[in-house]
Structure formats: C-alpha cells, structure tokens
Design a protein around this ligand. Structure first.
Ligand code: SF4
Length: 354
C-alpha cells in the first residue's frame, strides 16, 4: 500500500475546491480578517447557515478596524441568530486587541494568535495556515474523520487528538500549507463524510487503510460519552417595569429546538460562575436567586444558577430577543427547565402555561 501524499490531495483540491465567500481565489492572498471571522462563526454551525450572516457582517464591518470601532450593540445585532453571545463578545474583544496591540494586523504565528481572546488551538492553526501559509495543523471534526480513516487510528477521540495532529503535521507539504489545510477540510466535508463516504472519488483511496479493510464508517473511534456528566450554566430572568419578561427562541435544531427561554450562558461541565456577567443579555446589577435549578435531560443533568434583574419600561430588547408581557407567557413554548427557572426567580406562570 502506498503512503498518502499531500500532492495528490492538492491536485484534487485544485479541481474541486469549494467556492466559499471567505476563501481567496486560487493564487490570491487571503485577508486574515475574513479568514478569522469565518472560522469564529463556523465554530458553532454549518457553512450553509453561516454564509448569509458572514456576507452581512462583512458589509457592515469590512475591516478589523471597522469591527473594533463599532459599538458592541451593533456587533451583537449583526451576530443575532448565530448563537451564543459570548462568542460575539470575544470576537469584538479580539478585534479591539488586534487594533490596540498589533496595529490592526493579525499576528502570523499560532502562538501569537492563541494569545488573542476567543482563539483556541483549532482557530489559531486554521488562521496561521490559511491566512499566512504557515505549516500549521487545523484539526476539526472533519479532519479527525479523514485522518482516523486514512490511517485506521484505533485510539479513541478525544484522547487521540494529538496523534491525529501529528499525522497531519507529518503530511504537510513543503509549499502550500494553507491550501493543504483547506483541502483536508473540503475532503472531510464533501467526500469523506460521516456516512457513505465517496471513497471512489477520494484522492487518497489507494493509501486509505480503512477503505482497504472496508471499515471506513467505523472511524473515528470515540470514547463513550460519560453519562451523567453534569453541566452548569447561568440563566438571566430580566423583567421590565411594565411587566414583561425577556425571552429568546432556541435554534430550530438541537436540544429543545425552537423552544422559548430566558437568555442563558452556554451549558458546560466547566462553566465558571465568576464570568457569568459576561453572558448576561444586558450589563446590570444582577441578583442571584437563592435556589439553583436542577434538571435532568436524557444525556446529562443540568444545574442553572438563576440571576434576576429589572429594567425601566421603555427598555428595548437586545437583538434577537423580545419582551413578552407576563400575562401572555402561557402562549410561549417554555420548556420544563425554563418553568423551573421562572419559579426560582419568583415568577408565577399563568394557568395556561405548560
Ligand atoms: S478513501 Fe474513503 S474513508 Fe479513506 S479518506 Fe478517502 S473518503 Fe475517507
């Protein structure tokens, strides 16, 4: 069996690369700002979902300087609908840091990029490789899938991540590392898909160990999710003086899809309450309710710390949210956990509520 060669992947990429709004045309230099913004947006959703937001965002904030100088409400408004606001805040903070500390130019090294707000290992690798053609590995779920199949890596993820990263680094070509990173992403997204990978069209079908053994779809190996690993978060019950509650609608897909909720932080095993103010919908003096709320979903238990606050009657809702009169709460699709949150905040639902 031959060893996989970067040249074969690059030749495939030259013929089949996806046309993406943030991607520079072949042979032209990418704009680091556009690459960085797209990678932050893509962290939480799909290419198809990000495209329209990305176009609007770039029209509104065409440069890192324009983004850094924009009022935060404007950034939040442009982000509304993309998900957790803490990422938008980090995006804004990062733009400000690039302007204030780096004269408006993104650092070129992975280390320099990682020192900026909201940039982790994957994003640093992706931006260093794609925007600056640095020999860096950008390992996301797509790349993990391709590499674990290509080499039939038996070790389980996430523990196998360093191994996958080493394999990517070992394959890096001497030139065009940025195109190599994008080619790997494209291969994972379009050919080496989770189910029914199109191995017949794959530039690495010859050297792929899993394909030879017919075990492609069994990779990557994944450690069983620890059942019952508790997640934590903060929920913000904000009432307006005229008797209305701040709500938003959860994304259509996923847990409690399309349900109404008060704004919350992300729900994570390592959530730190110290930073909860960062996740609040408005900067206010929030009061922590005496009782936290516990709720058990099928795959994990959740503990939400509840914060309450009030604002004057004329206060407009932040972007992507709405004030619903308390008397009409019964018409909102509130989930069981939200009913508990409202109770912990001392709010009684009208009888028609679920
Ligand atoms: S041959 Fe199939 S399983 Fe192997 S890398 Fe290509 S698409 Fe993935």
């Amino acid at each position: 069996m031959t060893a996989p060669a970067a040249a074969d992947l690059l030749a495939w990429y030259d013929r089949h690369r996806r046309s993406l709004p943030w991607r520079a045309a072949a042979g032209t230099r990418p704009d680091p700002y556009r690459i960085w913004a797209s990678e932050i947006m893509l962290q939480q959703t799909t290419v198809a979902a990000v495209k329209p937001y990305y176009e609007r965002f770039m029209t509104r904030f065409p440069s890192v300087k324009a983004l850094a100088e924009a009022p935060s409400e404007e950034v939040m408004q442009a982000w509304a609908g993309l998900g957790y606001y803490s990422r938008a805040r980090n995006l804004h903070a990062c733009a400000k840091a690039v302007v204030a500390e780096h004269g408006g130019r993104f650092p070129e090294s992975e280390e320099g990029l990682r020192a900026l707000p909201g940039i982790g290992a994957y994003t640093a690798g992706a931006v260093a490789a794609i925007a600056f053609d640095k020999p860096a590995a950008a390992v996301d779920g797509n790349v993990e899938r391709v590499m674990t199949r290509l080499f039939a890596i038996e070790a389980e993820l996430p523990g196998a991540r360093p191994l996958v990263r080493d394999r990517v680094l070992a394959l890096l070509p001497p030139t065009r590392p940025g195109d190599f990173a994008q080619a790997l992403m494209d291969l994972g997204a379009t050919i080496c898909t989770p189910r029914n990978p199109a191995c017949g069209l794959c530039p690495w079908r010859e050297p792929c160990v899993a394909r030879a053994e017919g075990t492609q779809e069994t990779f990557p190996r994944k450690a069983k999710k620890k059942a019952g690993l508790i997640r934590y978060g903060a929920a913000f019950v904000l009432t307006r003086a005229d008797g209305a509650l701040l709500l938003r609608t959860r994304p259509a897909k996923g847990l409690l899809g399309g349900m109404a909720e008060v704004p919350t932080s992300e729900w994570r095993a390592d959530y730190e309450l110290d930073g909860a103010a960062q996740d609040a919908p408005l900067p206010l003096r929030w009061t922590q309710a005496a009782q936290a709320v516990r709720h058990v979903f099928t795959h994990f238990p959740l503990e939400l710390t509840v914060f309450t606050g009030t604002v004057p009657a004329a206060t407009p809702a932040p972007a992507g949210m709405r004030f619903t009169p308390l008397a009409q709460l019964g018409q909102e699709p509130l989930s069981g956990v939200m009913v508990k949150v409202l109770a912990a905040a001392g709010l009684k639902l009208p009888p028609s509520a679920p």
